[in-house]
Ligand binder design. Structure first.
Ligand code: GDP
Ligand code: MG
Length: 653
């Protein structure tokens, strides 16, 4: 199977690049009756004397023979840990003290290395006996053997016990069934090629091998018939009809071979000699079919099947390579180019950040968050939902009770009994209520400040990804913006505080919207006067609002309270509207717009200094490394893609 080696070798490079064995070469499984020559066929395919063969039950446990290709120069010093993919590619650097071109290893003997193939055969026999006993017993437990060689492809061959009918020795009564199960277990794997072995001196029409193969492969898409012992046919008979497919057609082909006889084995005839003699035999006996039979042709046919399989897998592999290449390309892009002009890069990054920051506030950013409000939209939400709602929920008369009001009225009148509700008490009380607007207003500033802080993170995470390459610059930018924001905080707070203070400074009872309320008060004064003239008249209907005082209020007291309350409410609503309107404006002017306008110059002023250049543009430690890895990977993928294109054009036959 040497012809496949260069192709598989190339593919192995691809696999190593892509990081997976996508193409699982089919495993080749031999089935057939006992002594039909299964082990002999496998052995001639491998080209080595390594399997126990003989008359009677010889193969009594499945043998999973894994061929591992090594490059020729690795052969001299081979045998690393073959479970490590690195070793498969280059076992040399893990080399143990083996000085051989080919060697074998058993799973059950761990790291022991067999360079003598006779010893390997002996170990198979010993291990068979260990589990299956020495009296023809059979065990389904496989023996795992790996052969490392420069002359093999990475392929798995499975040798199985032969099908039998009658139990002998220690074999149980249902031996036929047990072996059947065992065989089915291996050949039902769709990724296996079945070599159905039938001896030429038995009846092909009743071939057990083909029968069982049919069960799992009814279409015959992965069954190849092998006719052994062509040399042992009775005088006067030949296998012409069988080989021509006239007895039983087999889609993938029927290939006749001549393996070594028991005598040849006893005489230690070499594989090479055997193949030469086989060729001679075929030329003589089946001249017309000689070039379509024989061990070499069988190997070529398997090659072709494997190659077909490989080609079938190529499109998927190619897709996978393309996907990976695209991923690495975008990864590489995100890492950016290595910095050449540091000064320009710094300025560019700063500008980009500042622009993104402003864009996020304006709502024109490239990357728009969809999972939550952010930037300008969030500020708008804070103004109108959070702040607006909070203000609206402030009760104009909250925290005031009737006693407070009465006390204020009394205190404002001083020693004289008052004729009218004194205006001073209204001012006093309404100021107290207006003050309550300051706290939510300052809270609004705080929320916007927090959001402005959050935008920094948003910009460096999403919009200005290059920044992630330069952690120091990133931190410095965050620091500058944070400072700028922090500096604007007291100024804005002061302004907002002043907005409330301004309202407190002058209670404008001439405010047009307040006129209605004033009229109301005057009416009340009139009413009071009338009441005083008719003292005997029953008091007005008591307020439904419960009065939270122990003593009962006089009718006059009640009326005074009511008047004051109404005035407070009316004036408070005017002020609240003002605050609701002016605080957002102040925040925008003193905080948001100011930061937006000065951000760029602030950043440039503080960071764009030749002294800082090298420090700020230090890439994160592993970045250069990662960029190189991604670039290498990309190159490897492109090569892999090229290899695949080449393989598609390769003609093996
Ligand atoms: P298995 O039981 O199917 O694995 O068969 P083996 O490979 O052990 O072979 C059984 C016997 O048949 C051995 O003695 C082989 O030497 C012999 N044998 C196998 N193939 C041929 C062949 O093509 N010609 C001859 N003359 N003998 C063969
Ligand atoms: Mg055998």
């Amino acid at each position: 199977m040497e012809a496949l080696i260069p192709v598989i070798n190339k593919l192995q490079d691809v696999f190593n690049t892509v990081g997976a064995d996508i193409i699982q070469l089919p495993q080749i499984v031999v089935v057939g009756t006992q002594s039909s020559g299964k082990s002999s066929v496998l052995e001639s395919l491998v080209g080595r004397d390594l399997l126990p063969r003989g008359t009677g039950v010889v193969t009594r446990r499945p043998l999973i023979l894994q061929l591992v290709h090594i490059s020729p120069e690795d052969g001299r010093k081979g045998a690393g840990d073959e479970n490590d993919p690195a070793t498969w590619k280059n076992p040399r650097h893990l080399a143990k003290d083996v000085d051989a071109a080919e060697w074998g290893k058993f799973l059950h003997t761990k790291n022991k290395i067999y360079t003598d193939f006779d010893e390997i055969r002996q170990e198979i026999e010993n291990e068979t006996e260990r589990i299956s006993g020495n009296n023809k017993g059979i065990s389904p437990e496989p023996i795992h053997l790996k052969i490392f060689s420069a002359n093999v492809v990475n392929l798995t061959l499975v040798d199985l016990p032969g099908m039998t009918k009658v139990p002998v020795g220690d074999q149980p009564k249902d031996i036929e069934l047990q072996i059947r199960e065992l065989i089915l277990q291996f050949i039902s794997n769709p990724n296996s090629i079945i070599l159905a072995v039938t001896a030429a001196n038995t009846d092909m029409a009743t071939s057990e091998a083909l029968k069982i193969a049919r069960e799992v492969d009814p279409d015959g898409r992965r069954t190849l018939a092998v006719i052994t012992k062509l040399d042992l046919m009775d005088a006067g008979t030949d296998a012409m009809d069988v080989l021509m497919g006239r007895v039983i057609p087999v889609k993938l082909g029927i290939i006749g071979v001549v393996n070594r006889s028991q005598l040849d084995i006893n005489n230690k005839k070499s594989v090479a000699d055997s193949i030469r003699d086989e060729y001679g035999f075929l030329q003589k006996k089946y001249p017309s079919l000689a070039n379509r039979n024989g061990t070499k042709y069988l190997a070529r046919t398997l090659n072709r099947l494997l190659m077909h399989h490989i080609r079938d897998c190529l499109p998927e592999l190619k897709t996978r390579i393309n996907v990976l290449a695209a991923q690495y390309q975008s990864l590489l892009n995100s890492y950016g180019e290595p910095v050449e002009d540091k000064s320009a890069t710094l300025l560019q990054l700063i500008t980009k950040f500042a622009t993104e920051y402003c864009n996020t506030i304006e709502g024109t950013a490239k990357y728009i968050e969809t999972s939550e409000l952010c930037g300008g939209a969030r500020i708008c939400y804070i103004f109108h939902e959070t702040f607006g709602r909070t203000l609206e929920s402030v009760d104009p008369l909250g925290g005031l009770n009737t006693i407070d009001i009465l006390t204020a009225i009394r205190n404002a009148t001083g020693p004289r009994p008052a004729l009218f509700v004194p205006e001073v008490s209204f001012e006093l009380l309404v100021k107290r209520q207006i003050k309550r607007l300051e706290e939510p207003s300052l809270r609004c500033v705080e929320l916007v400040h927090e959001e402005m802080q959050r935008i920094i993170q948003h910009c460096s995470n999403y919009s200005t990804q290059e920044l992630l390459r330069f952690p120091k610059l990133h931190d410095a930018i965050v620091e500058v913006v944070t400072c700028l924001l922090r500096r604007r905080l007291p100024v804005t707070n002061e302004m907002v505080h002043n907005l409330v203070a301004i309202e407190l400074a002058y209670i404008n009872t001439k405010h047009p919207d307040f006129a209605d309320a004033c009229g109301l008060m005057n009416n009340n004064i009139e009413e009071q006067r009338r009441n005083r003239l008719a003292r005997e008249l029953p008091p007005s209907v008591p307020r439904d609002k419960p009065v939270p005082v122990a003593r009962k209020l006089s009718a006059r007291e009640q009326r005074d309270c009511e008047v004051i309350e109404r005035l407070i409410k009316s004036y408070f609503l005017i002020v609240r509207k003002n605050i609701q309107d002016s605080v957002p404006k102040a925040v925008m002017h003193f905080l948001v717009n100011h930061v937006k306008d000065t951000l760029q110059s602030e950043l440039v002023g503080q960071l764009y200094k030749s002294l800082l250049l090298d420090d700020l543009l230090t890439e994160s430690e592993d970045m250069a490394q990662r960029r190189k890895e991604a670039a290498d990977m990309l190159k490897a993928l492109q090569r892999a893609s090229q290899i695949i294109a080449e393989i598609r054009e390769t003609h093996l036959w």
